[in-house]
Design a protein around this ligand. Sequence first.
Ligand code: 3IX
Length: 224
Amino acid sequence: MTGRRSFPEESAVGVGGFVREDTPTAEVDRREAVMASLTGTVRELIDATIRTTVDDDEVHRIRDGLAALVARLRTAQLPGPAGIRYNAELRSWNWGNAVMGAANAIAPPLRVQHDSSVCHADVVLGAAYEGPPGLVHGGVSAMLLDHIMGEAASAMRRTAFTGTLTMRYRRGTPLGPLHLEASIVREEGRKIFVAGSISDAGGATVEADGVFIQPVGTPAGGGR
Ligand SMILES: CCCCC/C=C\C/C=C\C/C=C\C/C=C\CCCC(=O)SCCNC(=O)CCNC(=O)[C@H](O)C(C)(C)COP(=O)(O)OP(=O)(O)OC[C@H]1O[C@@H](n2cnc3c(N)ncnc32)[C@H](O)[C@@H]1OP(=O)(O)O
């Protein structure tokens, strides 16, 4: 143990949704790096579990060792999902997010770059994302595109929920290095139309169109 105080502050714990915390950005950054290092190892654990060929007795010993570690993590837990948190400087963090959460080993994680009109991300998908043999599960492709297209729609300044997501699986998406892109096609009132794609070295494997909707009462955020 490092002797650091627990995170987040006791008063900030809430269930789901947006949670305001008074944690300084430097402390959020520090804790995020600590959690990301744990998450990276858990991600390794997932891959190693899928691909292991150790014998049954060794599997049972490893299971018992892991159960003890789970019990240690359970000694201090949020009462529900991690939600989205933000501080007075509007530094936000959603460490449980299924696609980019720093504390979620299921997340590849996707690191989205925002250029002027295009969001893009490079990611390497391993054995944990397999659907057909050697290929990315179609639901995983949809999940990743939903996220990057949602980020494109929100431009990190407004809330935009997925209304409709249409996928075209042009050919199998191989596990390994992939490139994702998303951009806004047009806007009509609260509706934001977005196009997205996943590509390997040979070009697009999946293309998607999405309609993202700004919920009533949320800030419009201003022009792009
Ligand atoms: C300065 C302030 C900054 C604030 C910044 C805050 C946050 C931004 C920051 C970061 C965000 C970062 C990243 C985001 C990343 C990823 C995003 C992931 C997105 C998701 O993973 S999110 C989960 C899945 N998603 C849902 O869980 C939605 C459940 N659902 C609903 O919450 C409602 O269903 C809703 C809101 C969709 C609509 O509800 P509603 O009441 O507003 O809609 P309403 O009936 O008024 O229709 C209005 C017009 O939209 C058309 N319309 C309606 N529904 C449609 C649909 N489904 N498809 C196509 N068009 C539709 C109508 O046809 C009409 O069109 P028209 O006006 O032309 O007639």
